[in-house]
Ligand binder design. Sequence first.
Ligand code: CIR
Length: 262
Amino acid sequence: MKRIAITRKVSPAIENCELTHLERQPISYEIASRQHDDYEALLEDLGYVVQSLDPVSDLPDSVFVEDAAVVLEELAVITRPGAESRRAETDSIARALEPWRKLAFIEDPATLDGGDVLVIGKRVWVGLSSRTNQDGVDQLRAILEPRGYQVRCLDLRECLHLKTAVTLLRPASTPGERDTIIINPQWIDREVFEGLTVIEVDPSEPSAANALLVGETVVLSTAFPKTLRRLEDAGIDVRTVDATELAKAEGGLTCCSLIFEA
Ligand code: CIR
């Protein structure tokens, strides 16, 4: 088994990124690139082969590869990102995934960002956001349900993507055990996740719910020390990385990679 992480270097145009909930502020390309290099090095350290794509100067948000695809065991779904400025990101991601997975495609008029799709086993939650529309949910459902997945959609409040508000920390390892997730209850109703073990972010760290599960380890931004303590108290193995510069572009930790086994 080979563990693969597809990433893409930061675009020199990162300052022109899309912004929805944050005020625009200067973003240092140098600092963002250095932090992204550290992120890639951490993935390698955790046993992943990092396939790092070249930067694209005319696609400011192209470092956020998560939004261009949803990678499952059987296939990869190439998305149609909600922001028009991001649509051209998908071609190169499709090429990078082609050696590893059969591909399916989300098509016009649907829009879907990978950041809105949370997969836990055969259960898939899709956030209806400013980026993902009902057609996007319906097309994803039509692709996945015949393959045994259960797809449900939910509304988001005040955050960009579903995975800004909730991510998987620890999948159940035995049939009786529960999956563990982290959520920000301000942005998503915890009732939606009945039957799962829920850890809440520290209220002073609203963006800490975007944690990245890499194998058996959870990667968290250094910006969230209080939430880190909550995860450690729950017995979760956590590593941290400084991701503060790309956070100014509304990017979190899941956004910067597509992680899967080949
Ligand atoms: C955007 O607005 O599309 C980018 N500036 C940030 C995308 C972050 N991606 C993610 O949360 N999956």
